[in-house]
Design a protein around this ligand. Structure first.
Ligand SMILES: *Cc1c(COP(=O)(O)O)cnc(C)c1O
Length: 394
């Protein structure tokens, strides 16, 4: 057999065309895409301004390498820094690469402090990527299985638990960084039990006390997904390092690492690099994406996201279903396994994912219209009701 390596067990459907929240498969059947290519296409499919930016930049200049100045890269760095109040920016091509850069910053921070065997705090159920270092940081043994020995130095604590952070930092003076998602994505939209702002506030002050880098993985939560540009902006703190990717290019690959404070001057010439990172084309697409996100899509994500959660919660509460998330990052938590719903939903023309067995994950485009929002609530409400009441009667 020749062809694709079987790294994915794919669903039996292939799409050939998209428009906004809609996808069409090879047979011409239409689907409501409530997954947005896993939190990537925040402005929906085939956005005309994104398509025009790609075409225009492709006909102007695609790539020159980082041996030379890239004005669009400087422009995008300025925009992201001013949106986030961070001070420095490095561009790469994916989430895992952004986290690799963050982990390299943690190592540099350690060596500056004279720590030879540095440790990095990470959390249970986290997801940070598939490279050798980021899979070791990931809190999921399925991702790690077969790739041992794992990259060393990670200390794992429960997610959302400030007391666990404090205990770890007090017990181990070699901890140089804490890498954490503000809201965990891949494991099914999990928020800190103590509340997002309270969690971030306490991490910030403990990281200050222990000269530890606060590194937020906003690869999924960033770029407006939670109803603010970055999820940390639901609090008043600033992290030392933020990584992002997914929604930054609306489907065009680009990742970024933002730094400030004690992380701002760690990378010096020669310390890190990327052939493709921050090409004129990638930066032009990201500049267009960020402009459109800030021109209403993020605010819309906040408003429609609140409505989706409120209405699904009211409708499904009697069936012991709870709703998690923020903005357009929404978890629908069933009392038991929900994996059969992926196929039922697909057959009914709606796409979403299921994590941790019982957590439906909805990541719709941020610019859903009120009518599309109504449709999403109706479709998910009905699917879950049918699924749970049918089983009751069996
Ligand atoms: C998707 C994701 C990554 C990995 O991004 P890739 O672009 O697939 O390498 C890392 N962290 C989080 C939180 C993610 O959601």
């Amino acid at each position: 057999m020749t062809g694709l390596l079987p790294t994915y067990s794919r669903q039996p459907v292939s799409f050939t065309r998209g428009q906004g929240v809609w996808l069409w498969d090879e047979q011409g059947k239409q689907y409501f895409d409530a997954l947005s290519g896993i939190a990537v296409c925040g402005l929906g499919h085939a956005h005309p301004e994104i398509a025009a930016a790609i075409a225009d930049q492709a006909a102007t200049l695609i790539h020159t390498s980082n041996l030379y100045g890239v004005p669009l890269q400087r422009e995008l760095a300025e925009v992201l820094c001013s949106l986030s109040a961070m001070s420095g920016c490095f561009f790469c091509n994916s989430g895992a690469e952004a986290n690799e850069a963050a982990l390299k910053l943690a190592r540099l921070h350690a060596h500056r402090k004279g720590i030879e065997q540095p440790k990095i705090l990470v959390t249970e159920q986290s997801f940070h990527g598939r490279t050798l270092a980021t899979l070791a940081a990931t809190g999921n043994t399925k991702v790690q299985k077969g790739f041992e020995p794992l990259f060393p130095g990670f200390i794992r604590i429960p997610f959302g638990d400030p007391a666990a952070v404090k205990q770890a930092l007090t017990q181990n003076t070699d901890i140089v960084a804490f890498l954490v998602e503000p809201i965990q994505g891949e494991s099914g939209v999990r928020e800190p039990d103590c509340g997002l702002a309270a969690y971030l506030n306490s991490i910030r002050s403990m990281c200050n006390d222990h000269d530890c880098l606060m590194m937020l993985d906003e690869i999924q939560t960033g770029n407006g997904r939670t109803g603010r540009y970055f999820a940390f902006q639901h609090s008043s703190i600033l992290p030392d390092v933020v990584t992002t990717a997914k929604g930054l290019g609306n489907g065009f690959p680009i990742g970024a690492v933002l730094t400030r404070g004690r992380a701002a001057d760690l990378f010096q010439p020669g310390a890190h690099g990327s052939t493709f990172g921050g090409t004129p084309l990638a930066c032009r697409v990201a500049l267009t994406t960020v402009r459109l996100l800030c021109a209403g899509a993020i605010e819309n994500a906040r408003i429609q996201g609140d409505r989706i959660r409120q209405e699904l919660s009211a409708r499904l509460k009697p069936l012991n279903v709870s709703i998690s998330g923020l903005g357009m990052m929404i978890g629908v938590v069933l009392p038991h396994d929900a994996t059969p719903l992926i196929a039922t939903g697909r057959e009914a023309g709606i796409l979403f994912s299921v994590s941790s067995g019982n957590r439906i994950r909805l990541l719709p485009p941020l610019n859903l219209t009120p009518l599309e929002t109504d449709l999403l609530i109706a479709k998910i409400g009905q699917l879950v009701e049918c699924f749970l009441t049918q089983e009751h009667s069996l």
